[in-house]
Design a protein around this ligand. Structure first.
Ligand code: SAH
Ligand code: SF4
Length: 346
């Protein structure tokens, strides 16, 4: 049986067609407005609560719950109904509370530096499975209010396109999150970027660029052979001319690979004409990738060189490394199991 979060409001109304409309609204408000579990919506009769919680069981079972950064970063590993597992990360900052959600169990894109890519693809998530990650995290964040959702967990959101767009719309409509606080991150599925641009959603798009020459990008990101940089640039231009939202470019700095002076130039040539904002992240360690992240000294030099080239840039501080919750580390693999994973190098 699907969870309650699988249903649109119309489907929910339809499901409770025998109940008075005010009752349906009470439940809907309890679930989405108050983040209540159906069992704790005390304004509705006990028998209805019992029926609904039996009909709509939760789709997430907590397998692991770990914290780091003095409790401001929390990661859950969830098992889904078929036993596949996903990860969700909650991050509390001074001015915002962000949840990083998975859009697929695993990922088929095979990026060499990413633990999810190293582990392979299991299946697509449903809209309800994505929304329930957000609700779960929003409940855990209380009394703080969840403000941001980033599709930067496991999986490639644009390879699960209708589900991603459906989840984004409902986060905005049902949970009341501002579209600009919703970020979809993609490895660069060019036609899907163009399609997303035309959805009329004022969301933030993050493109995981990591290299601005095809030779290096082909080695890091197999999808680059299908949609090389020239094709990606076209898609970014469509994004810019169709939406009012500034594009973000993600760049994980890898020692000696994409942190050279030449790389600064190539990145600036790509980013500047697109008015894009660059987010630098020092590469996080993963078991299957032997090359290290750049030193913090080099990260700062790289940032300063971009600033001199007129590019908007920030260095993103890394959260959750000690619990394998940082960017690229989500693979449902404990440290003990890691040693047996195949190792690749570029
Ligand atoms: N599939 C999407 C979203 C999930 S990955 C994408 O690739 O954009 C979220 C971000 O983490 C991406 O920018 C990805 O490139 C980055 N990432 C992956 N592995 C990383 C690593 N080892 N260190 C730092 N960032 C990494
Ligand atoms: Fe998939 Fe993104 Fe990891 Fe690449 S970086 S393997 S697209 S999750």
């Amino acid at each position: 049986m699907p969870s309650l979060f699988e249903l649109t409001k119309e489907q929910f109304v339809e499901h409770l067609v025998d109940e008075p409309r005010f009752r349906v609204d009470q439940i809907w408000h309890g679930v989405w407005g108050e983040l209540d579990d159906v069992q704790s919506i005390t304004t509705i009769p006990k028998i209805l609560r019992a029926r609904l919680s039996e009909q709509f069981p939760s789709s997430l079972r907590v397998v692991e719950d770990v914290q780091s950064d003095h409790g401001t970063t929390r990661k859950w590993v969830f098992a889904l109904h078929d036993g596949s597992t996903i990860e969700t990360v909650l991050m509390g900052y001074r001015d915002r509370v962000t949840v990083c959600v998975s859009s697929q169990a695993g990922c088929a894109m095979g990026c060499t530096f990413c633990a999810t890519g190293q582990a392979g693809f299991t299946r697509q998530l449903s809209v309800g499975e994505i929304l329930e990650q957000v609700i779960f995290a929003a409940r855990a964040a209380r009394p703080r209010r969840l403000t941001n959702v980033v599709f930067m967990g496991m999986g490639e959101p644009l390879a699960n396109y209708p589900v991603t767009v459906g989840a984004v719309r409902r986060l905005h409509e049902y949970l009341g999150l501002s579209a600009r606080h919703l970020t979809v991150s993609t490895v660069g599925v060019a036609p899907a970027i163009e399609r997303l641009a035309r959805e009329g959603l004022a969301i933030t798009l993050a493109l995981s660029l990591h290299a601005a020459n095809d030779e290096t990008r082909n080695e890091l990101i197999p999808l680059n052979r299908r949609y090389p940089l020239s094709r990606l640039r076209e898609a970014c231009e469509v994004w810019n001319s169709t939406t009012s939202r500034r594009l973000s470019l993600e760049w994980a700095l890898i020692d000696g690979v994409n942190d050279t002076d030449k790389a600064v130039e190539e990145l600036a040539d790509f980013a500047y004409p697109l008015h894009a904002h660059v987010n630098l992240i020092p590469l996080n360690p993963t078991p299957g990738f032997l090359v290290r992240g750049s030193s913090s000294h080099r990260v700062n030099e790289f940032r300063d060189a971009l600033v001199r080239a007129g590019v908007n840039v920030t260095v993103r501080n890394t959260r959750g490394r000690s619990i394998d919750a940082a960017c690229g580390q989500l693979a449902n693999v404990t440290n003990a199991k890691r040693r047996s994973l195949p190792v690749r190098s570029i």
